[in-house]
Design a binder for this molecule. Structure first.
Ligand SMILES: [Zn+2]
Ligand SMILES: [Zn+2]
Length: 242
């Protein structure tokens, strides 16, 4: 059985290494390539790796880097033409914005290097793959977003504060109040959304109460379709405009 195709997050990490100034020789013996191979094997993306021996091994990583050579107009030699559509998309998206590429790659690495976080990320289910595929910052950071907004302690603190200030828990976007509609069943229920856009996401930054918005399940689902939105006002004006 063949291993799964490279995921967007993996391509981002490989591309970041490709543009690294002191990469050194592009071969399977290069310690930086070996390190990336190890990192890719620790990413909480694929539950199933049919061929563990070859999964993102240093040879595979080297091959991916030579795919980028074929895409790179600044490379004078000949790379490996067998790149995927996604390789090309990611290359075109980030080759002119290396700063952002490096920032995303760095956040992914920090999350994976933190054993507790990486464990939490791997527990987030893959049920919304169609959504995460469209998230530019990739699946790991998307899952981190979810980890953040499922932190019980901070959710409870947020709800407590809103109850004290406003006297009720309702969706900040549409006003839906679970208790009003569902009675006892809905008492105390509301979802928490983390407002920091993924592009500004910092793994080691603690979540503050004002980073969170209370939303009903529908609005929460919809706001996840565009995680570049950083205020509820912006979210509302987007759907009011429709
Ligand atoms: Zn709502
Ligand atoms: Zn959310």
């Amino acid at each position: 059985m063949r291993n799964p195709k490279w995921h967007r997050d993996e391509i981002i990490l490989a591309l970041d290494l490709y543009f690294y100034k002191d990469l050194g020789p592009m071969d399977a013996g290069n310690p930086k390539i070996i390190a990336l191979s190890e990192l890719l094997n620790r990413l909480p993306i694929f539950d199933y790796k049919p061929d563990k021996q070859t999964f993102r091994n240093p040879n595979g990583v080297t091959l991916k880097l030579s795919n980028f050579k074929a895409l790179d107009p600044n490379y004078s030699g000949k790379g490996m033409e067998a790149y995927s559509k996604l390789d090309r998309e990611v290359f075109e998206e980030f080759s002119s914005d290396l700063k952002r590429l490096h920032q995303i790659a760095n956040e992914i690495k920090q999350a994976i290097d933190n054993p507790e976080l990486s464990n939490q990320v791997s527990k987030i289910e893959n049920d919304e793959t169609s959504e995460t595929d469209s998230v530019k910052e990739g699946q790991v950071l998307y899952k981190l977003h979810k980890v953040r907004e499922r932190d019980r302690k901070i959710i409870e603190a947020k709800k407590k504060k809103v109850l004290k200030d406003k006297g009720e828990l309702k969706c900040e976007a549409c006003g839906f109040n679970f208790e009003k509609i569902y009675g006892k069943l809905g008492k105390g229920y509301v979802e928490c959304h983390h407002l920091i856009p993924l592009s500004n996401f910092q793994v080691n930054k603690e979540t503050k109460l004002e980073d969170l918005a209370l939303l009903c399940s529908n609005c929460h689902r919809m706001i996840h379709k565009d995680l570049s939105i950083s205020t509820i006002k912006e979210f509302k004006s987007k759907w009011n405009a429709m």
